[in-house]
Ligand binder design. Structure first.
Ligand code: PMP
Length: 439
């Protein structure tokens, strides 16, 4: 157990020993020493409602995860060069939730590593190098994944855009070029891919593929118009490219109505990337692809990851997926997400700051605007709400190019009383802002 530690001591040691770009959440940072389901407890034992963290998918400190990890660590833990049923059992479980055409699993240690491998697979299969990706996406912190993450490389101090990376506008039908009053918006956003394909041809490049978060998260909890991705994928395939769906944030039942966001988009990717929640805190990434793509990659050079697919990881990952099923967590995400979205839409009628409420299940965005006509982003208001919610001991996030979208993305265990608390506290914070500003 931890001895009582002053938060100031930990803060000071971080300042001395860690890089300056390691960010802390909140103006007044918080230190957590315990977790249970969708709650975290600080060094004083005070509970916080965790409405932000998607990694503890089945809840913090789940007893079944504790038990399976302890059991495996007592037995042995090794890599994929030795046979073990845990690896094939995990693959069977992952594939049982996948479209039939995806039949091969690669196990890695993080979402970044999974996207990096997906990029290699796309290049090996297509023989191309160029990639098309929506603006303001995020796919991870490795060299290749950063190059595919406009959210990072386009920031001041970022590495900038590589010549093999081609950006298309995010299919944001609230703020973007084509909006919800346009019935053709999915097709129009998809058509922007044609420009990127022309650009590649003009440069004499060759397409490797397209990568996107199925619902862009750091881009602002965007729900692209239905069918957008299916249309993009058919253009990419016609041009010889491989379609990669990053389902790190959206997969495993979080959306309630769908196990994966690609189902809502009627899209059939060639590669699906999974990460964060699949280990519930244990580092796991998974790349799932077709037999044809796996064959193109199997070129005689061994593929190996020391920890990817370890016995411990496979047993943990399978347990997480089993818990989602056994505890009906996808259905809970649907019910609690519905309650949350209904409640937020009621708040929208009361608070002019709320420009848009969007999401599925427990993947939710609340876009704050200064004015519903101009859609001027209410960035300061979002920052105020974030920090004020923390004072009410409710954890949420902010996202989007203007950081004006409140991100609500709790573990799937959340209950009615918790949803009502989020709504009540959020309404209070927005009322405070409305009192302060003479509008
Ligand atoms: N893809 C998406 C959509 C993500 O949100 C993240 C992490 N936020 C990653 C990839 C990278 O995952 P990791 O940090 O586990 O490497």
């Amino acid at each position: 157990a931890y001895q009582p530690v002053e938060m100031e001591t930990v803060l000071e040691k971080r300042r001395v020993h860690f890089g300056g770009n390691l960010k802390l959440s909140y103006e007044n940072p918080v230190m957590f020493l315990r977790g249970w389901r969708h709650n975290l407890f600080d060094e004083m034992g005070r509970p916080y409602l965790d409405a932000y963290n998607n990694v503890p998918h089945v809840g913090h400190a789940h007893p079944r995860i504790q038990a399976v990890a302890a059991d495996q660590l007592k037995r042995m833990n090794s890599n994929t060069r030795y046979l073990h049923p845990a690896q094939t059992e995990f693959a069977d479980k992952v594939l049982s939730k996948m479209p039939d055409h995806l039949s091969i699993c690669f196990f890695v240690n993080s979402g970044s590593e999974a996207n990096e491998l997906a990029l290699r697979l796309a290049r090996a299969h297509s023989g191309g190098k160029d990639m098309i990706t929506p603006d303001h996406g995020y796919h991870g912190n490795t060299t290749g994944a950063i190059d595919l993450s406009a959210y990072k490389f386009n920031k001041p101090g970022g590495v900038g855009q590589q010549d093999w990376v081609h950006l298309v506008e995010v299919a944001d039908d609230y703020r973007g070029r084509f909006r919800r009053d346009d019935p053709d918006r999915a097709g129009k956003y998809a058509a922007l891919v044609d420009d990127a394909l022309d650009e590649i041809a003009a440069r004499g490049g060759k397409l490797a593929g397209f990568i996107a978060e199925t619902f862009p998260s750091v881009g602002g909890q965007i729900i692209p118009p239905k069918g957008y991705l299916a249309k993009v994928y058919s253009k990419i395939r016609a041009a010889g490219g491989v379609c990669i769906a990053d389902e790190v944030q959206t997969g495993l039942g979080r959306l309630g109505d769908y196990y994966y966001a690609i189902e809502q988009q009627c899209a059939k990717p060639d590669i699906i990337v999974l990460g964060k929640p699949i280990g519930n805190g244990h580092p796991i990434g998974v790349v799932v692809t077709t037999a044809e793509i796996a064959r193109s990659f199997s070129n005689g050079i061994e593929y190996f990851s020391t920890f990817g697919g370890s016995t411990l990881s496979c047993r943990t990952g399978k347990e997480v997926l089993d818990i989602v099923d056994d505890e009906g967590l996808q259905e809970n995400a649907r019910l609690m997400g519905g309650r949350l979205l209904d409640g937020l839409r009621s708040l929208q009628k009361k608070h002019n700051l709320i420009g848009d409420v969007r999401g599925f299940g427990l993947f939710v965005g609340v876009e704050l605007v200064q004015d519903r006509e101009s859609l001027a982003p209410a960035t300061d208001a979002a920052d105020y709400v974030l920090n004020r919610m923390r004072e009410h001991r409710v954890l949420i996030g902010t996202e989007g190019p203007h950081d004006n979208i409140l991100k609500i993305r709790p573990p799937l265990t959340i209950e009615e009383g918790d949803v009502d608390m989020i709504l009540e506290k959020l309404s209070g914070c927005l009322s405070e802002l409305e009192c302060f500003s003479p509008c």
